[in-house]
Design a protein around this ligand. Structure first.
Ligand code: PLP
Length: 394
């Protein structure tokens, strides 16, 4: 059996043709493909505005900057995410703190958020931005998070890097129904690929204008947003400090074509997830809860084998599956336990639900082209890895 990664892109001939067409055209960056890609994602998600950038990390950064996050301010996210969900605050000179996860959904705990907000309000140290992360593609309870955070004037930025195509109570993630901005990533292991790429979605005209300026050095050209209105056709103003985070037309053409395939990608991921759920029922492992009203995009399929019942550590199971050619991964090492964040004062034990989850977590292969025989092999290997040291009557 060849190596089976935990995730990978699927590029077909139409994707390749779309990229080649850009290469043969006059504009390879900032041409029509970026706008078409933004339009396709905005339409799918029901967002008024979409601003494409060169990575999900850049998208998080300009979302924080557009929210006005700066030195002395505070951003909250969860420890169970990729480091970029927290680093975006540090780019803005702001401080980071974390809200622990719910051990069932593996997303931000609404109870922990409620307690932490009450404490922060008393201490006069409320966050300016909260970044809930839709872990593995499962939408957070945004309605509850918004109900708790809105009265404190918090800007909500959903990190939906895992969740393009997911739905919450029927609303597509990206519609900003309960938030100010939604961030997407198009890294090849995510739901659709542009190579590198990301996007910020919003319903706000003002935030969209700021995001577009931040993507390109902070430059503005729309007459209504200029200090000098009639200086000439060449005229622009730098109104704030921005970056060069532009996505090229080459990448955007790939993304636009991948959007046509999103439904097929999602359906296949759902099938794979359902098959794993069925195969693992009754085994000594825990699966991510799927609350009613939540329609996951299934970026990841995570199992948490119980070391007491199996008699095997996560390390042993990981090594055995890797030895069998299965590219299992661990998502995520809690951000606050990274040396950089420990250097900022966090320590092991600060967020016990994220740490307990991390000790057991394993992500199994889930991607469009995972063949049924490959999935059978993964299932049989997981069963073997869990069962080997159990007594027959266990
Ligand atoms: C992938 C990812 C990012 C960063 O996206 P890039 O496009 O790789 O910069 C941010 N947050 C989460 C949760 C991610 O999985």
């Amino acid at each position: 059996m060849k190596w089976i990664p935990y995730g990978r892109q699927d590029i077909d001939e139409a994707d390749i043709a779309a990229v080649v067409a850009v290469l043969r055209s006059d504009m390879v960056t900032q041409g029509p493909a970026v706008e078409r890609f933004e339009g396709a994602v905005a339409a799918h998600c029901g967002a008024r505005h979409a601003v494409a950038v060169n990575s999900g990390t850049s998208a998080l950064h300009i979302a924080c900057a557009a929210a006005g996050l700066g030195p002395g301010d505070l951003l909250w996210t969860v420890p169970n995410s990729f480091v970029a969900s927290a680093n975006c605050a540090r780019y803005c000179g702001a401080d980071v703190d974390f809200v622990d996860i719910d051990p069932a959904t593996l997303n931000m705990s609404v109870d922990a958020l409620e307690r932490k907000l009450a404490q922060a309000a008393r201490a006069g140290r409320l966050p300016k931005v909260i970044v809930p992360v839709h872990f593995a593609g499962l939408p957070c309870d945004m309605e509850a998070i918004a109900r708790l955070a809105r009265p404190h004037g918090v800007t909500l930025v959903e990190d939906a890097s895992h969740a393009l195509g997911a739905r919450l109570r029927g609303a597509p993630v990206g519609s900003c129904a309960w938030s100010d901005m939604v961030v997407l990533s198009f890294h090849p292991v995510k739901l659709i690929a542009t190579g590198e790429g990301g996007m910020v979605l919003t319903q706000s005209d003002e935030l969209a204008a700021r995001l577009a300026a931040l993507r390109s050095h902070g430059l503005e050209r729309a007459p209504a947003r200029l200090e000098r209105k009639d200086a000439g056709g060449w005229y622009y103003e730098q109104s704030r400090l921005g970056f060069n985070y532009r996505l090229s037309d080459i990448h955007a053409a790939l993304g636009e074509n991948q959007m046509r395939r999103l439904q097929a990608f999602l359906e296949r991921r759902r099938e794979i997830a359902a098959r794993y759920q069925q195969a693992f029922a009754g085994l000594p492992l825990r699966l991510q809860a799927q609350p009613p009203g939540c329609d996951s995009a299934w970026h990841l399929f995570v199992i948490q084998p119980d070391p007491e019942e199996t008699g095997r550590s996560r390390r042993e199971i990981y090594d055995e599956l890797r030895g069998r050619g299965i590219g299992v991964q661990v998502h995520y090492i809690p951000i606050h336990t990274q040396p950089y964040y420990r250097g900022l004062g966090f320590k092991n034990g600060d967020f016990p639900a994220s740490e307990r989850y991390y000790e057991r977590a394993l992500s199994l292969p889930i991607f469009f082209r995972l063949a049924p025989e490959e999935q059978d092999y993964v299932i049989a290997s997981v069963r073997g890895a869990l069962g080997r040291h159990r007594s027959p009557e266990a």
